[in-house]
Design a protein around this ligand. Structure first.
Ligand code: FAD
Length: 318
């Protein structure tokens, strides 16, 4: 795949981390059209309406309230409130639309205070606990996103703790990390939900595969472990090679379409999403919303030169 061989990838991923560039990009007066291609909107009603649209097409949804690397405890609390409000909307939505799988929220522990100095991990754990408790009350699932490798140990340790009370708590593992095949073995136990993705951050060679062929090979090894395990694999990729392999491995492991799901990002390969559903597979769309779209948006530009071209063209026509 082209993702890691995109020569602009390191530049864009470094830019994704720069508060100064964030201001510049915010000041460019990006048309909503550009951001809206990847983000459902800035406020909760836009997200809920995107969820409704996705559900009516037979797909499932997971919603991410955008934000990361919070340096302010009050902002972490505001993030918790956003999720609690969203979960109340889920309860209402579930009354009006049938869905054979629970709705899901996806959250980033760094948005819940994980990187605050001192007891950041504790704060993130207790914030996540509040969200997972509320989710359980409305019958929704929660999955913890994976961020850069400096957070992996802390994130997985928080997930282990939460799983004592909430065995179905999902977690994301990134195939580009050397450690992930072992993590897949640890986390593929009964009832566990694992979202396997390639990984979206800029990582050093000491911890991550650098060539896309190596990342792909690792993804296939990890996918095999998950499909042969006892958990519920969530195959998060737009890559036709990974998708075909998932169908193959599922068959070999005697899984039906009930026993795993595909996941793709909002606005990416919509036709392929519909095709997979038409063929009887379960597919969940990851729907981000909120005003903190900069980091998410830049990682999408880094993934694919075509996304970057789309962005450049819209700037030119502004
Ligand atoms: P790529 O390697 O980007 O692309 C491979 C091939 O897929 C391409 O060659 C092409 O054939 C096809 N393709 C890809 N995009 C398109 C397109 N727009 N149109 C047509 N064909 C296309 N990353 C994290 O680090 N942490 C997370 O928590 C996380 N959560 C995620 C959740 C979901 C539901 C998904 C889908 C991704 C998530 N990611 C996360 C991002 C992920 O790590 C990858 O960066 C991203 O999905 C791109 O990798 P890919 O597997 O889709 O394929």
């Amino acid at each position: 795949g082209p993702s890691l061989s995109n020569p602009l990838r390191p530049v864009l991923l470094a830019a994704a981390r720069s508060p100064r560039l964030e201001k510049t990009v915010a000041g460019m007066g990006l048309t909503r059209k550009v951001v809206d291609r990847f983000v459902a909107g800035e406020a909760e009603p836009a997200a809920v309406s995107a969820v409704r649209d996705i559900l009516t097409t037979g797909r499932f949804a997971t919603v991410d309230y955008l934000g990361e690397d919070t340096t302010d405890p009050a902002q972490a609390t505001a993030t918790v409130d956003a999720y609690l409000s969203l979960l109340r909307s889920y309860a209402t939505l579930s009354e009006s639309i049938e869905t054979p799988r629970p709705l899901e929220v996806s959250l980033k522990l760094s948005a819940l205070g994980q990187s605050l100095p001192g007891d950041g991990a504790k704060i993130a754990l207790s914030n996540a606990h509040r969200i997972v408790t509320a989710a359980e009350e409305v019958g929704a699932w929660v999955t913890v996103d994976a961020e850069d490798h400096t957070t992996t140990d802390s994130t997985l340790s928080i997930v282990r703790t939460l799983r004592r009370d909430f065995p179905t708590l999902g977690t994301v593992l990134q195939a580009y990390l050397h450690r992930t095949e072992a993590d897949c073995r640890e986390f593929s136990g009964p009832r566990s939900r694992i979202r396997l993705c390639k990984g979206a951050y800029q990582e050093p060679a000491s911890v991550a595969f650098q060539k896309s062929a190596e990342v792909d090979a690792s993804y296939l090894r990890c996918l095999k472990v998950l499909m042969d395990g006892n958990g519920y694999p969530m195959v998060a990729s737009h890559d036709p090679v990974m998708i075909d392999a998932a169908l193959d491995f599922a068959k070999q492991a005697k899984r039906t379409s009930e026993d795993f799901e595909f996941q793709m990002l909002y606005g990416i390969r919509d036709g392929e999403q519909r095709r997979l559903v038409a063929e009887g597979n379960h597919l969940r769309v990851y729907i981000p919303y909120g005003s903190q779209w900069y980091g998410y948006f830049m990682r999408r530009l880094a993934e694919r030169p075509a996304n970057l071209m789309f962005f450049m063209r819209s700037l030119a026509s502004n």
